[in-house]
Design a protein around this ligand. Structure first.
Ligand SMILES: Nc1ncnc2c1ncn2[C@@H]1O[C@H](COP(=O)(O)OP(=O)(O)O)[C@@H](O)[C@H]1O
Ligand SMILES: [Mg+2]
Length: 323
């Protein structure tokens, strides 16, 4: 079998404008506008970019929670999505940002973690319980937690429960959408360490959405940078952080605080806010904010959408990065 686990090909997700206008046609929000990438077994890919760039929507498509408007997601070569059989869907599990919202407050933890197995009719009750205890244990939670309720737990413990709930299905791919952003700074590192540990132990592939580049650098072997519904650069970690090629990637990296007041980061100013995905700019969607678009290929940047091309081990979508 090929080593390609996940194939995301030309995925678009367009939403009708919320509320919309009473008159005239409802406009379209281009949340994801032609995203492609692949994940090998056990590989970890980080998805970074400003808020509103389409990271969560991409994550939901990959987790089979959202049907794409166009394009396809394949798991082991088979079409994957909300309509895929349950036996296939369980191979991809998702961990959400907010463990306060993602756990049922009326159910004890044991029930929450077991739910998926019960729904799928997997295993006999006794084996199910053993699997639940094993998943909790792998997430650093003792057996007594099965009787506890979410309100009795801290944020970090709740996120551990959410991870245990995902693990119990024995997935091949874990999709994590900002899994630490809702947590206290003091427990973030523990959850990141736990995810790294579990990945190795269970040979899990990981799609890891985060706006924290330092965490992505620690967790992910590959990094995809999203801007306004597009992946503008996709590269192995070392190449992306040491030799970023796309002007947007450079600007993002320059914005990381270095914690050194003597040598503040050379700030590449990103002018203004990202444009609305309802009115994406013509040509390269980044050109109105690009510090380099005026340089050479300026006119082309405003006119023509740049295709992703291979540059070393990276894929870069920029007219200014042509051979
Ligand atoms: N269900 C929805 N209906 C309408 N618009 C949505 C919906 N979900 C997301 N969007 C819009 O799609 C764009 C991308 O959102 P999202 O994927 O959440 O980005 P990110 O996770 O990078 O912040 C945003 O402009 C957001 O407002
Ligand atoms: Mg998001």
């Amino acid at each position: 079998m090929s080593s390609i686990l996940l194939d995301v090909a030309g995925v678009r997700v367009h939403f009708p404008e919320r509320g919309g206008s009473w008159f005239g046609p409802r406009r379209t929000i281009r949340a994801v506008d032609g995203v492609s990438f692949q994940l090998e077994r056990g590989e970890s890919l980080g998805l970074v970019g400003e808020s509103g760039s389409g990271k969560s929507t991409t994550a939901r498509v990959v987790a089979g929670l959202q049907t794409p408007t166009a394009g396809a997601v394949r798991l082991h070569g088979q079409l994957f999505g909300p309509r895929a059989p349950r036996s296939v869907r369980r191979h991809v599990q998702m961990v959400f940002q907010d463990p306060y919202a993602s756990l049922d407050p009326r159910r004890p933890i044991g029930w929450t973690v077991e739910e998926l197995l019960a729904v799928h009719g997997l295993l006999k009750p006794r084996q199910r319980r053993l699997r639940v205890l094993a998943a909790l244990d792998a997430c650093g939670l003792e057996a007594l937690y099965v009787h506890r309720y979410p309100h009795e737990l801290s944020g970090g413990q709740r996120q551990r429960v959410a991870i245990a709930r995902a693990l119990v299905a024995e997935p091949e791919l874990l999709v994590c959408d900002e899994p630490t952003s809702a947590l206290d700074v003091s427990v973030r590192a523990q959850i990141v360490n736990l995810l790294c540990e579990l990945r190795e132990r269970f040979e899990l592939a990981l799609l890891f959405v985060s706006h924290d580049l330092a965490v992505v650098r620690r967790v992910c072997e590959q990094v995809a940078v999203m801007y306004l519904g597009h992946v503008v650069e996709l590269a192995p970690r070392s190449q992306l952080f040491d030799a970023p090629r796309h002007p947007y990637t450079r600007a993002l990296l320059a914005a990381i605080p270095r914690g050194d007041p003597e040598h503040p980061a050379p700030h590449v100013a990103l002018l203004g806010e990202p444009p609305s995905p309802m009115h994406p700019p013509s040509g390269c969607v980044f050109h109105p904010r690009c510090p380099r678009a005026g340089d050479v290929a300026g006119e082309r940047c405003a006119r023509e959408f740049p295709k992703s091309v291979e540059r070393g081990d990276a894929l870069v979508a920029c007219h200014l990065d042509q051979p």
